[in-house]
Design a protein around this ligand. Structure first.
Ligand SMILES: C[S@@+](CC[C@H](N)C(=O)[O-])C[C@H]1O[C@@H](n2cnc3c(N)ncnc32)[C@H](O)[C@@H]1O
Length: 452
């Protein structure tokens, strides 16, 4: 009996206030872990166990936000988006805890009384009273999906339109796909900076720090460490010996394969995962022109470049559609276009993204990607190569753009890719999948400009 009691979720009043504040701040402070950190500090969450429990709930709410908001709407009668932000945050916490966890009686009491007091103090006593009043209805609430697709939304924790799309792409593997993206992500993928150290040395240092580490079989400079890991206080990170990067992302630079002394243009470079990797492959010899339109992300690129001891990168904060005007045409041996995209392949890493994504966005991104491909086509020298990648799983952003490019730019041919991942839906292209390759969803197409 005692053991059973202990298994139930227990959150003290301070924890309730901290998680509501974290969810509230998460709407305005990005990335969301900063919001969580600030709220936990404010409410003095020092105990490791409590931090772990609240962190789990914080990310759980993001992953299930669309479903939680549907439940709120069923109970309250309006979309939570028009409610007071503190009330919305408290309701999201309450629904998540009640529907998806197993809270003990004390936690339920705190969730009713302390949350109500807390949001009263943040807004108006009427708001707290309203929350208090409807709390019993939250306890009674049972989701009532009416169709098979609505039922799958609760099973896969994703909106219906996304499930339909994944089904069209993957058929029987749909369930495995969503299970993989919803799994707890404990392992963090990093890349070793070979300008400063070796994978073996870094493995040794992690082991000495007591961090579990495994080396990627596909890309030996990629290591996976068991999190959590505090990068800010990490010697390896501060000295620029490691950088956070997914294996699928590191594969891109290896495929483009820039050589020492070459001229490379990276058209969507920030925060610099691929730019820095290419500089390493080029042994810090040659030139990389790194374009990105986002100043803040570019600042991070500049920090990484200097910390990692890289000398050959010229950052250019400009729209990459202007790159041929700025640099001239046919100047590059290699062009990397790691295009801005819907990022649908990263929903495992960015749990709230699935609820934020809008289907209309896909066409918008595909159009921008084509304009960037036009720019890339002009930059490549005859005999030079262009790599087009996205972290999206949608055909419109991937294979469709490749077909369009090959039809429009007859001087380019597709260089067939044969690994380390699986063939894409167009012969010669390649895709990485979360459920098959334990990485993010990623798409690759390599082109060569034929010499006349
Ligand atoms: C997928 S991210 C690039 C990630 C980067 N290659 C890396 O490996 O770290 C896409 C980038 O495209 C940038 N971007 C969006 N529109 C752009 C444009 N018109 N010109 C240049 N960069 C753009 C975004 O700011 C974003 O940093």
């Amino acid at each position: 009996m005692e053991a059973e009691k202990e298994k139930k979720l227990s959150i003290p009043p301070r924890g309730i206030r901290a998680i509501i504040e974290a969810v509230r701040l998460g709407e305005v402070i990005k990335p969301s872990q900063y919001a969580k950190r600030e709220a936990f500090k404010k409410h003095d969450i020092k105990e490791a166990w409590l931090n772990r429990v609240l962190t789990m709930i914080f990310y759980d709410i993001m992953k299930k936000q669309g479903l939680i908001d549907k439940a709120i709407k069923d109970v309250v009668g309006v979309t939570p988006l028009i409610l007071d932000p503190w009330l919305r945050a408290a309701l999201r916490v309450a629904f998540d805890v009640v529907l998806f966890h197993d809270p003990n009686q004390n936690t339920l009491k705190n969730l009713k009384w302390k949350a109500s007091d807390f949001i009263s103090s943040k807004t108006h006593p009427y708001v707290g009273m309203y929350y208090w009043d409807i709390f019993e209805r939250i306890l009674e609430y049972k989701p009532n999906p009416k169709t098979e697709l609505e039922r799958l939304e609760w099973e896969y924790l994703a909106p219906a339109w996304l499930i339909e799309r994944v089904r069209k792409l993957l058929g029987d593997e749909t369930k495995a796909f969503f299970e993989a993206v919803n799994r707890k992500h404990e392992w963090i993928s990093i890349r070793v900076n070979t300008l400063k150290t070796t994978p073996e040395e870094v493995i040794k240092e992690f082991e000495e720090e007591g961090v579990e580490v495994v080396q990627s079989k596909r890309i030996p400079v990629v290591l996976k460490i068991k999190g959590p890991y505090d990068f800010d206080s990490s010697y390896l990170f501060r000295k620029g010996k490691i950088i956070v990067q997914e294996e699928a992302s590191a594969v891109a630079s290896v495929i483009l394969d820039p050589k020492p002394g070459e001229v490379v243009v990276d058209l969507a470079a920030a925060p610099g995962g691929k730019t820095t990797h290419m500089a390493e492959l080029m042994k810090n010899r040659g030139k990389i022109f790194a374009f990105d339109i986002d100043k803040a992300r570019m600042k991070r690129l500049k920090d990484f470049v200097s910390r990692m001891g890289i000398k050959i990168v010229k950052p250019i904060v400009k729209d990459a559609r202007k790159a041929p005007e700025i640099l001239g045409e046919e100047v590059a041996d290699r062009v990397m276009l790691d295009a801005p995209c819907t990022s649908s392949g990263t929903i495992g890493k960015n749990p709230e993204l699935r609820w934020r994504l809008r289907e209309q966005k896909i066409e918008e991104m595909a159009q921008l990607q084509r304009e960037l491909l036009e720019s890339a086509a002009k930059l490549v020298k005859p005999g030079g190569r262009l790599l087009y990648t996205t972290c999206s799983i949608f055909i419109e952003e991937d294979e469709d753009n490749v077909s369009w490019f090959l039809e429009t730019y007859k001087e380019f041919r597709l260089v067939k890719l044969s690994g380390p991942y699986d063939p894409g839906f167009l012969e010669g292209t390649m895709r990485a999948w979360p459920h098959r390759h334990e990485t993010i969803g990623f798409f690759y197409a390599l082109f060569e400009k034929v010499t006349q």
